[in-house]
Structures are given as structure tokens and as C-alpha cells.
Design a protein around this ligand. Structure first.
Ligand SMILES: N[C@@H](CCC(=O)N[C@@H](CS)C(=O)NCC(=O)O)C(=O)O
Length: 93
């Protein structure tokens, strides 16, 4: 199962919404920035950029929001999160 690492009030919300809208099977892992969870060694092993979001997949870790959104969109086409039959329209989205 995929794991989304996020922190409240951050740009990870976009990926979180996309996973929910897609009906994806995933676990959301909340990081507490006030307690510097993003700097913990176990998280740095997932994302050395010290940032959220991170999406752990069977194929590896994605850690840039546009990449996560494209990956989710392409992997759940029936959710129709963005147009997949028009590359320009997809880029605009
Ligand atoms: N280029 C990254 C930016 C990620 C980013 O800047 N995340 C912020 C939250 S929006 C973060 O994790 N900051 C860490 C911190 O404040 O310590 C993306 O598009 O996902």
C-alpha cells in the first residue's frame, strides 16, 4: 500500500486530496513540524530534502507535488482528475 507523508497546512494537501478523489488505497502518515518530525532520521531516509509531501510507492518515492499529482492522475484514470488524452490540457491542469 502507498504511504503519503504529509503535514497539516502544507502543500501536501493537494496530493492528499488527489489520493482521496482517486479512491486510492493508501496510508496517510502525519508529520508534526512543530516537533521537527521532518528532520528525523527515519524520515530523511525517505525524503532527504526535509520536505513534504512524500509518496512511497511500490516503485519508489516521489517527492515533488507535480510528480505526485501526475502519478496519481495517470494511475487512476477513471477518477478523471485531469485530461489524459490531451498533453497540453494536462500540462495546463
Ligand atoms: N517542491 C516541493 C516543495 C515542498 C515543500 O516546500 N514543502 C514544504 C511544505 S509546503 C515543507 O515540507 N517544508 C518543510 C519545513 O517547513 O520544514 C513540492 O512541490 O512538493
Amino acid at each position: 500500500m502507498m504511504k503519503l507523508y504529509y503535514a497539516p497546512g502544507t502543500c501536501a494537501l493537494a496530493s492528499h486530496i488527489a489520493l482521496e478523489e482517486a479512491g486510492a488505497d493508501y496510508e496517510a502518515v502525519r508529520l508534526d513540524f512543530a516537533n521537527k518530525n521532518q528532520k528525523a532520521a527515519d524520515y530523511l531516509a525517505i525524503n532527504p530534502k526535509v520536505r513534504v509531501p512524500s509518496l512511497v510507492t511500490d516503485q519508489g518515492v516521489l517527492s515533488e507535488t507535480p510528480a505526485l499529482l501526475l502519478f496519481i492522475t495517470q494511475n487512476y484514470p477513471t477518477a478523471q482528475l485531469a485530461p489524459l488524452d490531451d498533453n497540453f490540457a494536462l500540462a495546463q491542469a
